[in-house]
Design a protein around this ligand. Structure first.
Ligand code: 9MR
Length: 357
């Protein structure tokens, strides 16, 4: 997701709100008492995304091992890293992450096999005839899903298939060459053949923010299932602004749950700077953030146990977040730059414990 439902103005307004309220970031964590490790508080896996570089940071490793039971490569298991200009495939970094997960008894999650946003040159330059293009497409999915067979618990097979505003599906290199619906169905079948045990997900964002998008996503799931595609799980990325109305996320997760499939809260973060002027005070922003992290745990916890695939944080510490690239002042994570729990971590842990009962 690059722009999301947020225009530049709302981002700037959020930044101003952050600046206005501002004393510098706290030098010591708020007095929030003991926060139990998230993975022990939760009755389902708690994950984080990571980059290979994190594995060389002892502080990050320590925090991840303490808090998390699942890992998702943030970008090094995507085409952008794996596919080389000559069409060759490079696996050193995803292999290192997979090895780290294995060595530490953590679950591994793969993202993403097919994504409209990634179209490597090697594919763009390929002959457009559907037969040879389709063969290369299948071969990529087979190689990647096959390599991590038995290692990943699940894959985002198709990522962000629904159009930004929810009207229809994304136009992409893949849809143009192989068909808007057929390239998705095909990806699921090929992934299933390559890894019979991985849970195969359709994953998308803003499902809790844009009702039309949630609706189109559900219709797509129905259609894929009706066509026999082995969709085995539904991913709700859950990149939220801190002022998102209470209940929106719970509603989206409940709607996904009605398919009876496992649901993955797959990329959870709560942006302060994307929250509009409604929350101008730092305390309100932080309270909204904490409330939404808790709501994510409650929403997943409201599903039957077998449908709670995992809750994955998209960045463990504030400084790890991709949202820093959009606004350096943002603090979207549950741990601060030093890895100390923020009020959001306390709220998340408490909600997880409540779900666990
Ligand atoms: O956080 C990820 C960032 O480091 C990568 O540069 C980017 C492109 O691979 O992808 C980001 O993660 C995205 C995720 O894969 C899909 N949903 C939106 C995430 C944030 O852009």
């Amino acid at each position: 997701m690059r722009s999301g439902a947020f225009n530049r103005r709302s981002v700037v307004a959020g930044a101003l709100a952050l600046a206005a309220c501002d004393r510098p970031a706290r030098s010591a964590p708020a007095d929030i008492g003991f926060v139990p490790p998230l993975k022990t508080a939760a009755p389902f896996p708690v994950g984080t995304c990571l980059q290979v570089a994190h594995l060389d940071q002892p502080d990050w490793v320590n925090l991840a091992l303490t808090q998390c039971s699942q890992l998702t490569p943030e970008w090094e298991m995507k085409m952008e890293y794996i596919v080389q200009p000559d069409g060759g495939l490079l696996f050193d970094r995803p292999d290192r992450i997979a090895g780290f997960a294995r060595a530490n008894g953590m679950r591994l999650y793969g993202t993403t096999l097919v994504w409209y946003a990634q179209k490597p040159k090697a594919f763009e330059q390929m002959a457009a005839d559907p037969a040879s293009f389709g063969k290369a497409y299948d071969s990529y999915i087979t190689s990647v899903a096959g390599r991590y067979r038995g290692q990943v618990a699940g894959w985002d097979v198709v990522n962000e298939a629904v159009a930004e505003d929810g009207n229809g599906w994304r136009d992409s290199l893949w849809s143009q060459r192989l068909g808007a619906f057929d390239h998705m169905k095909r990806a699921f079948h090929v992934a299933r053949a390559a890894d019979p045990d991985a849970v195969l997900f359709l994953n998308d964002y803003n499902l809790e923010i844009i009702p039309k998008k949630l609706d189109t996503f559900q219709r797509l799931v129905e259609r894929l299932l009706a066509a026999g595609a082995p969709v085995g799980g539904l991913g709700c990325q859950t990149h939220m602004p801190a002022d998102l109305a209470a209940g929106s996320l719970a509603k989206a997760v409940a709607a996904l749950g009605r398919f009876g499939l496992p649901v993955h809260v797959s990329e959870l973060d709560v942006s302060l700077s994307r929250a509009r002027q409604r929350f101008a005070r730092r305390a309100d922003l932080e309270a909204g953030q904490a409330r939404l992290y808790a709501e994510a745990a409650q929403a997943l916890g409201a599903l039957p146990a077998r449908q709670r695939f995992a809750l994955t944080l998209w960045g463990l510490r504030d400084r790890d977040s991709w949202l820093k690239g959009e606004n350096a002042a943002d603090m979207p994570a549950v741990f601060d730059d030093q890895g100390r729990p923020k009020p959001a971590a306390a709220a998340l842990a408490a909600a997880l414990q409540e779900v666990r009962g």
